[in-house]
Write a protein that binds this ligand. Structure first.
Ligand code: PMV
Length: 305
Protein backbone atom coordinates (compact mmCIF):
# COMPACT_ATOMS: atom_id res chain seq x y z
CA UNK A 1 0.00 0.00 0.00
CA UNK A 2 1.30 3.44 -0.97
CA UNK A 3 1.48 6.10 1.76
CA UNK A 4 -0.74 8.59 -0.10
CA UNK A 5 -2.50 8.47 -3.45
CA UNK A 6 -4.28 11.13 -5.46
CA UNK A 7 -7.46 10.72 -7.52
CA UNK A 8 -9.35 12.93 -9.97
CA UNK A 9 -12.88 13.11 -11.32
CA UNK A 10 -13.73 15.74 -13.93
CA UNK A 11 -16.89 17.79 -14.29
CA UNK A 12 -18.96 17.72 -17.48
CA UNK A 13 -21.37 19.64 -19.62
CA UNK A 14 -24.07 17.96 -21.69
CA UNK A 15 -24.24 19.34 -25.24
CA UNK A 16 -27.42 17.53 -26.19
CA UNK A 17 -29.72 14.90 -24.70
CA UNK A 18 -29.93 15.44 -20.92
CA UNK A 19 -33.11 14.01 -19.38
CA UNK A 20 -33.88 12.06 -22.59
CA UNK A 21 -30.76 10.02 -21.71
CA UNK A 22 -32.52 8.82 -18.55
CA UNK A 23 -35.21 7.35 -20.83
CA UNK A 24 -32.83 5.42 -23.09
CA UNK A 25 -31.93 8.05 -25.71
CA UNK A 26 -28.21 8.72 -26.37
CA UNK A 27 -26.65 12.03 -25.30
CA UNK A 28 -23.40 13.88 -26.00
CA UNK A 29 -21.29 15.23 -23.15
CA UNK A 30 -17.95 16.98 -22.89
CA UNK A 31 -15.61 16.47 -19.96
CA UNK A 32 -14.28 19.74 -18.50
CA UNK A 33 -10.92 20.43 -16.92
CA UNK A 34 -12.20 21.56 -13.57
CA UNK A 35 -13.35 18.82 -11.25
CA UNK A 36 -12.66 17.14 -7.92
CA UNK A 37 -9.33 15.99 -6.47
CA UNK A 38 -9.06 13.46 -3.63
CA UNK A 39 -6.09 12.33 -1.56
CA UNK A 40 -6.21 9.00 0.28
CA UNK A 41 -3.89 8.19 3.17
CA UNK A 42 -3.73 5.68 6.04
CA UNK A 43 -5.49 6.89 9.16
CA UNK A 44 -6.70 5.48 12.49
CA UNK A 45 -10.32 5.55 11.23
CA UNK A 46 -12.20 5.96 7.96
CA UNK A 47 -12.92 9.64 7.36
CA UNK A 48 -14.09 11.81 4.48
CA UNK A 49 -13.27 15.52 4.58
CA UNK A 50 -14.57 17.86 1.87
CA UNK A 51 -13.26 21.34 1.11
CA UNK A 52 -14.21 24.12 0.47
CA UNK A 53 -17.41 22.97 2.23
CA UNK A 54 -15.54 22.34 5.51
CA UNK A 55 -17.51 19.13 6.09
CA UNK A 56 -16.36 15.81 7.56
CA UNK A 57 -18.19 12.47 7.31
CA UNK A 58 -17.73 9.05 8.83
CA UNK A 59 -19.07 6.06 6.87
CA UNK A 60 -22.60 5.21 7.99
CA UNK A 61 -24.92 2.50 6.61
CA UNK A 62 -28.16 4.28 7.46
CA UNK A 63 -27.05 7.78 8.39
CA UNK A 64 -29.11 10.80 7.39
CA UNK A 65 -26.40 12.18 5.12
CA UNK A 66 -26.31 10.63 1.64
CA UNK A 67 -22.56 11.36 1.60
CA UNK A 68 -22.02 9.22 4.72
CA UNK A 69 -24.06 6.35 3.23
CA UNK A 70 -22.39 6.59 -0.15
CA UNK A 71 -18.96 6.69 1.53
CA UNK A 72 -19.80 3.56 3.51
CA UNK A 73 -20.88 1.70 0.36
CA UNK A 74 -17.83 2.85 -1.58
CA UNK A 75 -15.41 1.66 1.12
CA UNK A 76 -17.22 -1.63 1.68
CA UNK A 77 -16.84 -2.45 -2.04
CA UNK A 78 -13.09 -2.90 -1.36
CA UNK A 79 -13.30 -5.72 1.22
CA UNK A 80 -10.32 -6.13 3.54
CA UNK A 81 -8.19 -2.94 3.74
CA UNK A 82 -6.54 -0.53 6.17
CA UNK A 83 -8.52 2.50 7.47
CA UNK A 84 -8.31 5.53 5.20
CA UNK A 85 -8.74 9.27 5.40
CA UNK A 86 -9.94 10.91 2.19
CA UNK A 87 -9.35 14.62 1.69
CA UNK A 88 -11.45 16.00 -1.13
CA UNK A 89 -11.18 19.37 -2.90
CA UNK A 90 -14.24 20.31 -4.97
CA UNK A 91 -13.72 22.82 -7.77
CA UNK A 92 -17.26 22.53 -9.19
CA UNK A 93 -20.44 24.30 -8.13
CA UNK A 94 -22.85 21.75 -6.65
CA UNK A 95 -26.42 21.59 -8.03
CA UNK A 96 -25.28 23.40 -11.18
CA UNK A 97 -25.51 20.72 -13.87
CA UNK A 98 -21.76 20.15 -13.92
CA UNK A 99 -21.78 16.63 -12.49
CA UNK A 100 -20.36 17.54 -9.07
CA UNK A 101 -21.58 14.48 -7.14
CA UNK A 102 -20.36 12.07 -9.83
CA UNK A 103 -16.95 13.77 -9.92
CA UNK A 104 -16.59 13.34 -6.14
CA UNK A 105 -17.37 9.62 -6.47
CA UNK A 106 -14.93 9.10 -9.34
CA UNK A 107 -12.13 10.99 -7.58
CA UNK A 108 -12.65 9.01 -4.35
CA UNK A 109 -12.59 5.66 -6.15
CA UNK A 110 -9.50 6.75 -8.08
CA UNK A 111 -7.69 7.76 -4.87
CA UNK A 112 -8.66 4.61 -2.94
CA UNK A 113 -7.65 2.45 -5.92
CA UNK A 114 -4.28 4.20 -5.93
CA UNK A 115 -3.79 3.79 -2.18
CA UNK A 116 -4.57 0.08 -2.35
CA UNK A 117 -2.49 -0.49 -5.48
CA UNK A 118 -5.53 -1.36 -7.60
CA UNK A 119 -5.30 -0.50 -11.30
CA UNK A 120 -8.44 -0.23 -13.35
CA UNK A 121 -9.19 1.50 -16.64
CA UNK A 122 -10.91 4.91 -16.43
CA UNK A 123 -13.95 3.48 -18.24
CA UNK A 124 -14.38 0.86 -15.49
CA UNK A 125 -13.94 3.54 -12.81
CA UNK A 126 -16.81 5.48 -14.40
CA UNK A 127 -19.08 2.44 -14.47
CA UNK A 128 -18.37 1.54 -10.83
CA UNK A 129 -19.09 5.15 -9.76
CA UNK A 130 -22.74 4.73 -10.83
CA UNK A 131 -23.44 3.08 -7.49
CA UNK A 132 -22.13 6.19 -5.69
CA UNK A 133 -24.23 8.45 -7.91
CA UNK A 134 -27.40 6.51 -7.03
CA UNK A 135 -27.18 7.83 -3.46
CA UNK A 136 -27.69 11.35 -4.79
CA UNK A 137 -29.95 11.13 -7.84
CA UNK A 138 -32.17 8.09 -7.45
CA UNK A 139 -32.03 6.75 -11.00
CA UNK A 140 -29.10 8.39 -12.80
CA UNK A 141 -28.49 7.47 -16.43
CA UNK A 142 -24.74 7.07 -15.82
CA UNK A 143 -23.64 9.85 -18.18
CA UNK A 144 -22.15 12.00 -15.39
CA UNK A 145 -19.97 9.30 -13.81
CA UNK A 146 -18.76 7.91 -17.16
CA UNK A 147 -17.89 11.39 -18.52
CA UNK A 148 -16.25 12.33 -15.23
CA UNK A 149 -13.95 9.32 -15.43
CA UNK A 150 -13.18 9.37 -19.15
CA UNK A 151 -13.26 13.05 -20.11
CA UNK A 152 -13.22 14.13 -23.75
CA UNK A 153 -16.23 14.37 -26.01
CA UNK A 154 -18.42 11.32 -25.87
CA UNK A 155 -21.70 9.79 -26.90
CA UNK A 156 -23.34 7.91 -24.04
CA UNK A 157 -26.36 5.63 -24.08
CA UNK A 158 -27.49 3.37 -21.26
CA UNK A 159 -26.60 -0.29 -21.79
CA UNK A 160 -24.39 0.52 -24.82
CA UNK A 161 -20.63 0.94 -25.07
CA UNK A 162 -19.62 4.59 -24.74
CA UNK A 163 -18.10 6.18 -27.88
CA UNK A 164 -15.50 8.96 -28.01
CA UNK A 165 -16.27 11.57 -30.68
CA UNK A 166 -13.20 13.07 -32.41
CA UNK A 167 -14.28 16.62 -33.40
CA UNK A 168 -13.09 17.81 -36.84
CA UNK A 169 -12.80 21.43 -35.64
CA UNK A 170 -11.76 23.08 -32.41
CA UNK A 171 -14.38 25.18 -30.64
CA UNK A 172 -15.03 26.76 -27.27
CA UNK A 173 -17.82 26.47 -24.75
CA UNK A 174 -18.93 29.20 -22.37
CA UNK A 175 -20.44 27.80 -19.19
CA UNK A 176 -22.36 30.38 -17.14
CA UNK A 177 -24.09 29.95 -13.81
CA UNK A 178 -27.61 31.32 -13.25
CA UNK A 179 -26.86 31.78 -9.56
CA UNK A 180 -29.63 29.34 -8.63
CA UNK A 181 -29.00 25.86 -7.29
CA UNK A 182 -31.20 23.00 -8.47
CA UNK A 183 -31.91 19.38 -7.58
CA UNK A 184 -31.30 16.80 -10.31
CA UNK A 185 -33.55 14.34 -8.48
CA UNK A 186 -36.48 16.81 -8.53
CA UNK A 187 -35.98 17.77 -12.17
CA UNK A 188 -35.76 14.12 -13.28
CA UNK A 189 -39.00 13.43 -11.36
CA UNK A 190 -40.65 16.50 -12.98
CA UNK A 191 -39.82 15.17 -16.45
CA UNK A 192 -40.90 11.60 -15.60
CA UNK A 193 -44.28 12.90 -14.45
CA UNK A 194 -44.84 14.85 -17.66
CA UNK A 195 -43.83 11.86 -19.78
CA UNK A 196 -46.28 9.65 -17.87
CA UNK A 197 -49.10 12.18 -18.31
CA UNK A 198 -48.55 12.65 -22.05
CA UNK A 199 -47.15 9.37 -23.41
CA UNK A 200 -47.60 10.07 -27.13
CA UNK A 201 -46.05 13.54 -27.11
CA UNK A 202 -43.34 12.13 -24.82
CA UNK A 203 -42.50 9.52 -27.45
CA UNK A 204 -42.29 12.17 -30.18
CA UNK A 205 -40.11 14.37 -27.97
CA UNK A 206 -37.68 11.52 -27.23
CA UNK A 207 -37.51 10.70 -30.95
CA UNK A 208 -36.74 14.31 -31.76
CA UNK A 209 -33.95 14.46 -29.16
CA UNK A 210 -32.53 11.22 -30.57
CA UNK A 211 -32.49 12.82 -34.04
CA UNK A 212 -30.78 15.92 -32.60
CA UNK A 213 -28.06 13.75 -31.05
CA UNK A 214 -27.39 12.11 -34.43
CA UNK A 215 -27.26 15.54 -36.12
CA UNK A 216 -24.93 16.84 -33.39
CA UNK A 217 -22.53 13.91 -33.75
CA UNK A 218 -22.40 14.38 -37.55
CA UNK A 219 -21.83 18.11 -37.05
CA UNK A 220 -18.95 17.45 -34.65
CA UNK A 221 -17.38 14.86 -36.95
CA UNK A 222 -17.67 17.22 -39.96
CA UNK A 223 -16.74 20.46 -38.20
CA UNK A 224 -20.13 22.07 -38.88
CA UNK A 225 -20.37 24.34 -35.87
CA UNK A 226 -23.39 26.27 -37.19
CA UNK A 227 -25.39 23.05 -37.40
CA UNK A 228 -24.25 22.10 -33.90
CA UNK A 229 -25.37 25.49 -32.57
CA UNK A 230 -28.84 25.00 -34.08
CA UNK A 231 -29.07 21.64 -32.30
CA UNK A 232 -28.26 23.33 -28.98
CA UNK A 233 -30.98 25.95 -29.55
CA UNK A 234 -33.60 23.36 -30.47
CA UNK A 235 -32.66 21.14 -27.52
CA UNK A 236 -33.03 24.14 -25.24
CA UNK A 237 -36.55 24.78 -26.59
CA UNK A 238 -37.46 21.16 -25.80
CA UNK A 239 -36.03 21.42 -22.28
CA UNK A 240 -37.94 24.67 -21.78
CA UNK A 241 -41.18 22.97 -22.89
CA UNK A 242 -40.49 20.40 -20.16
CA UNK A 243 -40.55 23.25 -17.62
CA UNK A 244 -36.83 22.99 -16.88
CA UNK A 245 -35.93 26.58 -17.66
CA UNK A 246 -36.10 29.64 -15.42
CA UNK A 247 -36.20 33.38 -16.23
CA UNK A 248 -32.49 33.60 -15.34
CA UNK A 249 -31.58 30.72 -17.67
CA UNK A 250 -33.62 32.36 -20.47
CA UNK A 251 -31.80 35.67 -19.97
CA UNK A 252 -28.40 33.94 -20.09
CA UNK A 253 -29.23 31.96 -23.26
CA UNK A 254 -30.61 35.09 -24.97
CA UNK A 255 -27.59 37.19 -23.98
CA UNK A 256 -25.19 34.48 -25.21
CA UNK A 257 -26.93 34.32 -28.61
CA UNK A 258 -27.00 38.12 -28.77
CA UNK A 259 -23.24 38.18 -28.16
CA UNK A 260 -22.57 35.83 -31.07
CA UNK A 261 -22.96 32.33 -29.63
CA UNK A 262 -23.80 29.77 -32.32
CA UNK A 263 -26.29 28.20 -29.91
CA UNK A 264 -27.06 28.15 -26.19
CA UNK A 265 -28.95 25.89 -23.83
CA UNK A 266 -29.49 24.64 -20.33
CA UNK A 267 -26.88 22.04 -19.45
CA UNK A 268 -27.63 19.24 -17.00
CA UNK A 269 -30.78 18.99 -14.95
CA UNK A 270 -32.02 22.60 -15.36
CA UNK A 271 -34.37 24.38 -12.96
CA UNK A 272 -31.33 26.54 -12.16
CA UNK A 273 -27.66 25.72 -12.56
CA UNK A 274 -25.75 26.48 -15.74
CA UNK A 275 -26.16 27.18 -19.42
CA UNK A 276 -23.65 26.19 -22.09
CA UNK A 277 -23.07 28.38 -25.13
CA UNK A 278 -21.19 27.35 -28.27
CA UNK A 279 -18.49 29.70 -29.58
CA UNK A 280 -16.50 29.38 -32.79
CA UNK A 281 -13.21 29.99 -30.96
CA UNK A 282 -11.73 31.18 -27.66
CA UNK A 283 -11.79 34.85 -28.72
CA UNK A 284 -15.54 34.76 -29.36
CA UNK A 285 -16.00 32.84 -26.14
CA UNK A 286 -14.36 35.66 -24.15
CA UNK A 287 -16.70 38.17 -25.80
CA UNK A 288 -19.73 36.05 -24.96
CA UNK A 289 -18.62 35.47 -21.36
CA UNK A 290 -18.06 39.23 -20.91
CA UNK A 291 -21.57 39.98 -22.22
CA UNK A 292 -23.26 37.58 -19.79
CA UNK A 293 -22.36 39.36 -16.57
CA UNK A 294 -22.57 36.04 -14.74
CA UNK A 295 -20.11 33.72 -13.05
CA UNK A 296 -18.70 31.84 -16.03
CA UNK A 297 -15.76 29.93 -17.44
CA UNK A 298 -14.55 28.93 -20.87
CA UNK A 299 -13.75 25.39 -21.93
CA UNK A 300 -11.80 24.90 -25.15
CA UNK A 301 -12.36 21.66 -27.07
CA UNK A 302 -9.51 20.82 -29.44
CA UNK A 303 -9.99 19.14 -32.76
CA UNK A 304 -8.83 15.54 -33.01
CA UNK A 305 -5.14 15.27 -33.94
O1 PMV B 1 -27.43 18.23 -13.44
P1 PMV B 1 -26.52 17.05 -13.40
O2 PMV B 1 -25.08 17.40 -13.50
O3 PMV B 1 -26.81 16.15 -12.25
O4 PMV B 1 -26.83 16.23 -14.76
C1 PMV B 1 -27.99 15.46 -14.85
C2 PMV B 1 -28.22 14.87 -16.23
C3 PMV B 1 -29.60 14.24 -16.35
O5 PMV B 1 -29.73 13.77 -17.69
C4 PMV B 1 -30.69 15.28 -16.11
C5 PMV B 1 -29.82 13.09 -15.36
C6 PMV B 1 -29.06 11.83 -15.69
O6 PMV B 1 -28.94 10.99 -14.80
O7 PMV B 1 -28.66 11.63 -16.86
Amino acid sequence: MLSTAKGFGGGKVILVGEHAVVHGVPAIAAGIRRGVTSVARRHEEDLLHIEPWGRTFRPHVDGEEPLARAFERLLSSYGDRPSLRLDVRVDLAPGAGLGCSAAIGVSLLDAVDGALGIRRPRAALGTVALEWERFFHGSPSGIDNVTSAMGGLLCFQQASPVRQIPPARSFALVVAHSGQRSSTRDMVARVAQQLAERPSSARRMLEEVHALVITAEDALLNGELGALGRVLDRNHAILRSLRLSTPQLEVLCGAARGAGALGAKITGAGGGGCIVALAENAENAVRIADALGAESFIEEVSRAA
